[in-house]
Design a protein around this ligand. Sequence first.
Ligand SMILES: *Cc1c(COP(=O)(O)O)cnc(C)c1O
Length: 337
Amino acid sequence: MSISPSLDLTAFPRYQLTEGPTPIQHLSRLSERMGDVDIYVKRDDLMGLGGGGSKLRKLEFLLGEALAQGADTIVTVGARQSNHARLTAAAAARAGLACEIVLTRTVPRDDDAYVHNGNVLLDELFGARIHDLPGNADAMAFAQHRADELRKSGRTVYLAPLGGSSAVGNLGYAACAAEILEQARAAHMSFDRIALPNGSGGTQAGLVAGLLSMREDPARVVACNVLATHENTLSNTRLKAQETLALLQPGAMLPDESVIVADGQRGEGYGIPTDAMREAVRLLASTEGLLLDPVYSGKAFAGLLHDIRNRMFAPGAKVLFLMTGGLPGLYAYRSAF
Ligand SMILES: *Cc1c(COP(=O)(O)O)cnc(C)c1O
């Protein structure tokens, strides 16, 4: 077992939204059912604020930067059932900032559950102002325009990108990489793969940049693309990982092969259910009592199950699946189950 250099993030302002390391748990029942692979989960769905989920790690650094800039208002973008928008609204409430979210109807649904329940119900409870845009609208252009308007009225605005995946936001997952290494070391074990979903790319980019800057192998991180095509996800995530690495280690170059994306689970598109996703959500729920979400982690877990069934792991391999949260999304997808 190598002794890794630890990650020093003290140069970056951070606003605490999480309560220390999230647990890593062994799924003994599912591992037994699947055969020769040991499946573990990293419970990032257990971070408590606002219903929880992975975006809180990014928001610690995004809000750190916003508050350091003297912001009183945060504006961000997302799809109608965005977990990032919901958690930005919760974090803004916690930090005493006003919050406006620009939500697009990217997913072709207009039923009441999708438009008003799940994350949208929570957005409203957290006091965010919602801007409702059609699916083909340029949300970022709208958000920039709205930010300018707010600035003219005297507000200090911080604009966060899709998924919170700026280089600064992605530091949250560099920190998570260090956390995983430390937990693995303490348990005298190591993981052969870290599996996760990839939407806007920042979660994978942060993990990869964090591992590289600790001189660990980033190629064990394998994500399933759920938003963009394989090709676009690869190039976008490489770019984000490079930007994040540049913050951690100025001048360091990202080897292209450090970003691995496994294609095949996106189906007809972002937010559109697949049979494999339904099966994965039901399997994990009924064997372990754990909940995946229909848009991200359900599809990524389906990808992991596919690889295990197709014997893509050596016998005895240890796989860590990152549970990214998104539970409120299930309530917008009643009709999918
Ligand atoms: C945003 C999100 C992801 C994907 O993270 P990215 O950094 O956008 O790739 C995965 N799972 C859930 C539940 C999310 O909300």
